[in-house]
Design a protein around this ligand. Structure first.
Ligand SMILES: Cc1ncc(COP(=O)(O)O)c(C=O)c1O
Length: 475
């Protein structure tokens, strides 16, 4: 467990960026620098009133007010990164703007080179692919298990990682996603042990698992189980503001952290938002405090309550741990007999005013967040009970489009080579038999349907319902 502060009345949780921003706010200067809205006076009053002038007064970037710098980390930002590293159990932590996306880009750019092989699960986020296009490394795909009756990808088998390592003696990295968007958890310990046996670093895109180090009822973190690098989207479930994430290097890792830092320096904005950085600092401090601990315990208990109520229903079901995989209790993937995930989503939204995390072909995802109240869940349960007995019907046009790609790719050209090849845009009706020129990845969950260099087949068409034209390779 991390450094949890038992009683934050006696022992205040430190949040250096938040403190520095408060000091800057309390000691305003005459401002002759960016941002040009100058504490909110130079913007639309409606916007200022909406977000509040105080928010605009602390909207500043890293060169001013003794706030430190992001790359390289100095001052309060450096202090906050050190505290985050301690809280998450890492040797080094980097704060990320532009989400875990920029973390994945920096890992690819800093640690892989053109032509190197990287073992990657096919259902990775599109930012991993973008990273590989930038670096030129070649993905060796792992096709995870498919949980077909749920219409989602399942766990990654350690034996599949080992088979690829056995048959390719030039793999430079294993890079896997854990948990999946829907909360399926693979056996990271087994995968990490195999990576150690073959002396290959393990990167885990744990974008959806940033809470795990803060409660023993959640799965074990990849940092503890032997991963070298872990990326966390704090903004997704950890309580920070949208776009803010962290990248951790593990205690015993031999990967060159400086190479990742150099790549981050090139990829990051040169005007980092202190508000976003402050929100990362605040989220970490909150999770370490007794208040945050209670919130997380409540999120877990709310999720258990929801699951136990769904167990009483006849037509609605929730995904539980199964053979070879565990689940994160706070991510509740549900499906209803006779309804597509998209139809169930629209019923919840239109008839009950409930907005879910995402929906796909078979089901939809609900998150039990640290900010949710018990009454939110009581209302949700009441609505699901109504849906359970109402006999809703599917709607044809919603069924007609598919959302969660579960196809095995037919690769004809390497990712980077295809990406930089000559391309043309053609009507979708002529696309079958051609090689894709673009990354097609609906977001969420950002899992690719087609990548540059892959053969377009009839099976892809239901996923391309919104496309009239598509970019393909010439010739
Ligand atoms: C597995 C995974 N990795 C990375 C990302 C990118 O995260 P961010 O939105 O923080 O850039 C996502 C986003 O959904 C994701 O699902």
């Amino acid at each position: 467990m991390p450094n949890i502060l038992k009683n934050d009345k006696d022992l205040k949780v430190k949040a250096p960026i938040v403190e520095a921003l408060k000091t800057a706010y309390d000691n305003p200067t005459y401002q002759f620098h960016i941002p040009g809205h100058t504490k909110g006076l130079g913007t639309l009053p409606d916007f200022k009133n909406l977000v509040g002038q105080k928010a605009l007064k602390v909207d500043t970037t890293d060169e001013f007010d003794n706030l430190g710098t992001l790359t390289p980390a100095t001052g309060p930002i450096k202090e906050a990164e050190i505290l985050a590293a301690q809280a998450f159990g890492a040797k080094r932590t980097f704060f990320l703007l532009n989400g875990s996306t920029v973390g994945n880009l920096a890992i690819a750019m800093g640690l892989t080179k053109k032509g190197q092989k990287v073992i990657v699960n096919r259902n990775c986020h599109r930012s991993v692919l973008t990273g590989l296009i930038i670096s030129g490394a070649d993905p060796l795909w792992i096709i995870p298990e498919k949980l077909s009756e749920w219409g989602i990808w399942g766990n990654i088998e350690a034996k599949d990682v080992e088979n690829l390592l056995k048959n390719n003696d030039d793999v430079s990295m294993v890079w896997i996603t854990n948990p999946t968007y829907e909360g399926v958890v693979s056996d990271i310990k087994a995968i990490a042990d195999i990576c150690k046996k073959y002396d290959v670093p393990l990167v885990v895109d744990e974008a959806h698992g940033c809470l795990w180090n803060f409660n023993e009822k959640l799965p074990e973190t990849s940092l503890k189980l032997g991963a070298d690098i872990v990326v966390h989207s704090l903004h997704k479930t950890g309580g920070s503001m949208s776009q803010s994430s962290m990248l951790h290097i593990s205690e015993n890792s031999k990967v060159p952290a400086d190479d990742v830092e150099r790549a981050l320096m090139l990829l990051h904005t040169t005007s980092p938002s202190l508000m976003l950085l402050g929100s990362l600092d605040a989220a970490r401090a909150n999770l370490q405090s007794s208040r945050g601990q209670k919130q997380l315990a409540r999120a877990i208990s709310n999720a258990k309550y929801l699951r136990s109520e769904i167990d009483k229903m006849n037509t609605i079901h929730h995904l539980k741990a199964g053979f070879g995989y565990k689940t994160d209790v706070t991510k509740i993937f549900i499906k209803a007999d006779g309804l597509s995930g998209k139809r169930l989503e629209s019923i919840l939204e239109i008839d009950f005013g409930i907005e879910v995390e995402s929906a796909s072909d078979e089901g939809l995802l609900l998150l039990s967040n640290i900010g949710n109240k018990r009454s939110d869940f009581e209302y949700l349960v009441e609505c699901l009970h109504k849906i359970d007995i109402h006999n809703y019907k599917d709607i044809y046009y919603l069924e007609n489009k598919k959302h969660m790609p579960m196809l095995t790719p037919i690769i004809k050209k390497s990712l980077r080579e295809a990406y930089f090849s000559e391309k043309e845009i053609i009507p979708k009706k002529d696309a079958v038999g051609r090689l894709s020129g673009e990354v097609v990845a609906e977001c969420p969950p950002g899992i690719s349907i087609l990548l540059p260099g892959e053969l377009i087949t009839e099976a892809h068409l239901p996923y391309l319902a919104d496309y009239e034209y598509i970019e393909v390779l010439k010739g």
